[in-house]
Design a protein around this ligand. Structure first.
Ligand SMILES: *Cc1c(COP(=O)(O)O)cnc(C)c1O
Length: 443
């Protein structure tokens, strides 16, 4: 099928996500036929470097032979079976691996990030009810947070453009000051600012803890807020506060999990194990290397035991049809195997430094807050904020980048890269130069 034909049919029949469809009268859809490594190709052979890993899901490139083979092998054995009353090897193996990596021993599965958020919120609420603290029903989150867009997840999300329209449908939740370092006072260092924000949190929690079930946060990077990064000291202090006042801490690592901040999970930069920071961790996006929809919520023995009972309704009666899908689990296992055999975290340290060095050419532009996450600044997220009065900057820069064969998707004035970890030096140069051109002509 040629490009034009595909575009016309898509606009007639497909309602695209996060899009005012009428804008496609001005901004054309991009028809993609195949992917390979960091590249996406259309039917005419035109290519785009996928610098945002297709909405932060891809880790090891498109058309990755190892993940593909794992799915094919699984496809010949068992494509799916319901997980209520049944089990299978891929889901058991994945749960064991995730438990080893996080120290959280019980994994509940969903199909996408938003459903993981819903699961964590419901589990926390239900835990307090099961142990006789039924007053603890409220959730808090950070200013500018993003946890997904189903109604429960949207209730703890703080992005006005996604949330305001639906306000009458949502639960009340309070937002705590964000430790995003861009919001610090002039001269204040990241750690001091983080601890000042934690103090504000403590003041709130001290006053309202009897009603609070959980605090949900995106550890180290508030991605949808425009890659707002903060010091890990915040996580340590939050854990202490949550312990003192008996409030759950839900770590939403849907975007930052699987190496994006330099460690396997962002929480590890605040403690030697995720389980020393979080009561729940939400995972999705990179979990299958960007191949199939899957999400997981991991929690502690303590939470699990509070549901384990003769009474049915004390159990967690939540389900999705595709819970623990074997194909998705096999893609996740192949993804984790690549981390191990190819020393990904270690190699990413060097790759991150290389990208940061090359990124310096962008400082000729009117930009600020050039940043990479993590204590060692060696994560695989790269961002800067462009100083421009152009209200259309994000759209224009996106279009200009496409003309440079680059998929770049600025968030307001924040330009960022979250590339597949397989990006090589030539591709990094290509990404840097195309970004430079795209930003220049959008100021
Ligand atoms: C993407 C994202 C979600 C939602 O995941 P979906 O799969 O899009 O529903 C939740 N939290 C964070 C931090 C995310 O980045």
């Amino acid at each position: 099928m040629n490009n034009q034909n595909l575009l016309n049919r898509s606009l007639k029949s497909v309602w695209h996500p996060c899009t005012q469809m009428k804008q496609h009268e001005t901004y054309p859809l991009i028809p993609i036929q195949r992917g390979d490594g960091v590249w996406l190709y259309d039917a005419d052979g035109k290519r785009y470097l996928d610098s945002v890993s297709s909405w932060w899901v891809n880790l090891f490139g498109h058309n990755n032979p190892r993940i593909k083979d794992a799915i094919k092998l699984q496809l010949d054995t068992l494509e799916h079976v319901m997980l209520a009353g049944f089990t299978h090897e891929p889901v058991v193996e994945l749960s064991e691996k995730l438990a080893m990596l996080t120290g959280l021993g019980h994994t509940f599965y969903g199909s996408d990030g938003a459903s993981a958020t819903e699961i964590a919120l419901k589990m926390s609420f239900h835990y307090w009810r099961n142990i006789g603290k039924a007053n603890k029903t409220k959730f808090i989150s950070l200013q500018n947070s993003y946890h997904g867009e189903t109604l429960g997840a949207l209730s703890v999300t703080d992005v006005a453009i996604f949330k305001d329209t639906y306000a009458p449908l949502l639960m009340q939740s309070a937002q705590m000051p964000s430790p995003d370092f861009r919001l610090a006072e002039a001269g204040e260092d990241a750690e001091t600012f983080a601890l000042r924000c934690a103090q504000a949190l403590e003041n709130y929690v001290a006053a309202y803890h009897t009603d609070l079930a959980a605090f949900i946060i995106e550890p180290l990077v508030q991605c949808a807020a425009g890659m707002g990064m903060y010091h890990p000291a915040y996580l340590c202090r939050v854990r202490e506060i949550c312990n003192e006042y008996e409030v759950h801490l839900i770590a939403d690592e849907i975007a930052v999990g699987f190496g994006r901040t330099g460690t396997m999970f962002a929480c590890e930069q605040a403690a030697n194990s995720v389980s020393n920071i979080a009561d729940f961790i939400c995972l999705s996006k990179g979990i299958t290397g960007g191949y199939l929809p899957l999400s997981a919520v991991l929690t502690t023995d303590k939470v699990y035991q509070a549901f384990y009972d003769n009474s049915t309704v004390r159990g967690f009666l939540h389900s999705h049809s595709y819970t623990g899908n074997p194909l998705a689990c096999s893609a996740a296992l192949a993804t984790l195997a690549i981390f191990e055999t190819d020393n990904i975290l270690q190699n990413n340290q060097e790759k991150s430094k290389l990208i940061q060095a090359k990124m310096q050419v962008l400082t000729d532009l009117p930009i600020k807050h050039l940043r990479t996450p993590g204590l060692q600044n060696s994560g695989m997220i790269f961002a800067f904020d462009v100083e421009t009065q152009n209200a259309q900057f994000a759209k224009q820069c996106y279009q200009a980048a496409l003309e440079q064969e680059l998929l770049l998707r600025p968030i307001a004035n924040t330009v960022y890269w979250m590339p597949p970890y397989t990006i090589n030096e030539d591709e990094i140069d290509f990404m840097v130069n195309a970004t430079l051109e795209a930003v220049k002509c959008s100021l």
